[in-house]
Design a protein around this ligand. Structure first.
Ligand SMILES: Nc1ncnc2c1ncn2[C@@H]1O[C@H](COP(=O)(O)OP(=O)(O)OP(=O)(O)O)[C@@H](O)[C@H]1O
Ligand SMILES: [Mg+2]
Length: 122
């Protein structure tokens, strides 16, 4: 299992979410984060004085998938998050040891993403 952890611009999220859902990856987490890349800080003006903003708001997406699904998720993020300007973000791919669905105690690849309709309760 792999966790794809991506730091992206906020506006890239909706098209990424929609395409991942369509491709069978409905399960993900997002969070508002602040960070800096290699540009470190940017200089802004505030009431006439110049100040350096050291961190910028980004959205973090976390999506855990089977090993074989890594590329499709990475490609989907790249497709929508790349504008070609600095600050487009970064993707990290991390090995995941275990996944456990709390409700049932099930483990493994089957708990990660979409289930057959018949398996979804209610
Ligand atoms: N090595 C890293 N570790 C953790 N978070 C990172 C790392 N690199 C980037 N990030 C996160 O990604 C965000 C966007 O990074 P950014 O796109 O500016 O990277 P960059 O390497 O400076 O590339 P670019 O030159 O395109 O701006 C950062 O604000 C930070 O939240
Ligand atoms: Mg940068």
């Amino acid at each position: 299992m792999k966790k794809i952890e991506a730091f992206i611009r906020h506006e890239a999220f909706e098209p990424i979410r929609a395409e991942l859902l369509e491709k069978g990856f409905p399960s993900l987490s997002i969070g508002e984060v602040k960070g800096s890349g290699r540009q470190k800080g940017i200089v802004e003006s505030y009431r006439g004085s110049r100040l350096t903003v050291n961190v910028r708001p980004k959205l973090k997406i976390e999506c855990v998938v089977e090993d074989r699904d890594k590329s499709v998720v990475v490609e989907t993020i790249l497709k929508h998050a790349r504008t070609g300007d600095v600050g487009d973000g970064k993707i990290f791919v991390i090995d995941v040891e275990e996944a456990i669905r709390i409700r049932t105690g099930e483990e493994g690849d089957d708990v990660l993403q979409a289930h057959a309709e018949s398996e979804i309760p209610g």
